[in-house]
Design a protein around this ligand. Structure first.
Ligand SMILES: Cc1cc2nc3c(=O)[nH]c(=O)nc-3n(C[C@H](O)[C@H](O)[C@H](O)COP(=O)(O)OP(=O)(O)OC[C@H]3O[C@@H](n4cnc5c(N)ncnc54)[C@H](O)[C@@H]3O)c2cc1C
Length: 456
């Protein structure tokens, strides 16, 4: 046997699994056909957040009347310099990952891993043997008939983010997480942005509070982004300009732009891996079915990350990788009960657990404690007093969810996630002190309100 564990796919899920298994003393190989870090590090989370943070810094500075801006008062973005900075950050993170793999003596094999038999991975003309296997091959955007990707002006998110020059009019198909983040980015760069969303609301993400979604919609519209909801649309031509036919319940129009970014449609990457022959079950969309220990229907095969279906986030992929690494080395661990969601829009969003509408639909007793960000002193010192935080509390005081829109939401939500995983109630959190002035104080204010009444 060449290895104890062979990991196919070196994205965040595969890397977490490989390192965790190697830390436990196993002999581990990771097979990667492209670049270590996968989608998140090279093409998604890290590059998109680098760009979004940069443009938000610009708009924050523009709003700050107390910063002297010279004669023409104009601040502008050097997109080439920003792209170079983005590449530098990606390289830096990838280097750290490589060093970690070296530290734990993980063997990196470059090439496409193919599997025909349990316990064997073929890479080029070599076959390695392994006791256990982890499939972490991710997912890829697919070209949908109504929105055919053409590599020129109808692009997937990564290709759009990587353009050396973004043209003036951008149409984004899909008002989900990626669509909203890209709209934030392109609008802040001064582009004319339109979002086409099929569902009746922006951010139709399961569990996400509807007021959070409508607040972000209003904010994007205030910034000049045009949003069509319940929009049945299709690309009608892409010669030069991209033209869409768009039907909503109240209108039928043709919408034209220079660039279309298609944020909908992905599929699991399993080509070259004969899942049937290794007795690994998939769901009807082709995603690998796993249990809470990241194990597939074959106890010798684990699967992690996007290839296991929704939620498709690096947050999940990383955790599932750790869980797989733990379980296949004899340390029992399970997937968390709650998976936080962060959306880096303008405003930021953080969400975990159930919304009040979920509770109503399930007939569960509970209440919603609302705190406006204008009640939190730090929001003012940051010049970001917009948005709100909602804490969802069950009859027994148990925290069942939280939803925040406002700057800092992507950080605040992790604290609630921890509280929920520890089965906290508002009474058990009541004695906890948060330092002042911080955005996270919004949690203690909500807890105070639930237990004893308003402080601000
Ligand atoms: C624009 C955008 C922004 C995003 N932002 C966020 C964010 O802020 N936060 C968040 O949590 N998530 C975010 N995501 C989602 C996140 O990028 C993915 O969920 C995450 O990268 C999935 O990780 P993974 O390890 O499952 O797969 P991947 O990262 O896709 O890695 C799979 C790897 O396997 C390799 N591979 C595939 N087949 C083989 C084979 N046969 N042999 C060898 N190698 C193979 C691929 O080359 C790839 O490197 C974003 C996605 C997009 C599109």
């Amino acid at each position: 046997m060449d290895f104890d564990v062979a990991v196919i796919g070196g994205g965040v899920g595969g890397l977490a699994a490989a390192v965790r298994a190697a830390e436990a003393g196993k002999k581990v190989a990771i097979v990667e056909k492209d670049q270590l870090g996968g989608e998140c590090i090279n093409r998604a989370c890290i590059p998109s957040k680098t760009l979004i943070d940069a443009v938000k810094l610009l708009s924050r500075t523009e709003r700050a009347n107390w910063i002297k801006k010279g004669n023409d008062s104009e601040l502008s973005l050097d997109y080439n310099a920003l792209n170079a900075y983005k590449t530098q950050i990606i390289d830096r993170i990838r280097l750290n990952l490589q060093r970690t793999l070296e530290k734990y003596s993980v063997t990196v094999i470059n090439g496409k891993g193919e599997v025909q038999h349990e316990g064997e991975v073929k890479v080029g003309n070599k076959t390695i043997t392994t006791d256990k296997m982890i499939i972490s091959t991710g997912s890829v955007p697919i070209s949908i008939p109504d929105f055919p990707l053409n590599g020129k002006n109808v692009l997937d998110p990564w290709s759009a983010m990587n353009l050396p020059y973004v043209p003036p009019k951008v149409i984004i198909v899909g008002g989900g997480v990626a669509g909203v983040e890209l709209a934030t980015l392109f609008r802040a760069m001064g582009k004319e942005v339109t979002i086409l969303e099929l569902m009746p609301r922006l951010l139709p993400v399961p569990g996400l509070d509807k007021d959070v979604a409508s607040t972000v919609k209003s904010r994007l519209e205030e910034k000049g982004i045009k949003i069509y909801l319940q929009a049945k649309s299709k690309v009608t031509s892409s010669d030069g300009k991209v033209r869409f036919h768009v039907e909503t319940p109240s209108s039928t129009e043709d919408v034209e732009g220079d660039l279309a970014v298609i944020t909908i449609g992905r599929k699991a990457v399993t080509d070259g891996i004969d899942l049937n022959s290794i007795k690994v079950n998939v769901d009807k969309r082709g995603y690998i079915i796993t249990n809470e220990k990241a194990m597939t229907s074959n106890p010798k095969v684990y699967a992690v990350g996007d290839v296991t279906g929704v939620p498709q986030s690096a947050t999940k992929a990383w955790k599932q990788g750790l869980v797989a690494g733990d379980n296949l080395t004899g340390r029992s661990s399970s997937m968390p009960k709650y998976m936080p969601l962060s959306i880096f829009a303008d405003l930021e969003i953080g969400s975990v657990g159930k919304s009040i509408d979920d509770l109503k639909a399930e007939g569960v007793d509970g209440k919603e404690i609302l705190v406006k960000m204008e009640d939190i002193p730090r929001a003012w010192t940051l010049n970001e007093p917009h948005g709100f935080f909602k804490l969802i509390v069950g009859k027994d005081g148990k925290i069942l969810g939280a939803h925040m829109v406002g700057e800092g939401a992507t950080e605040v939500i992790n604290t609630i996630s921890m509280a929920m995983e520890l089965s906290s109630t508002v009474n058990s959190l009541y004695p906890v002190t948060f330092s002042h002035p911080t955005v996270t104080e919004v949690i203690s204010e909500a807890v105070q309100r639930a237990v004893a009444g308003e402080m601000y």
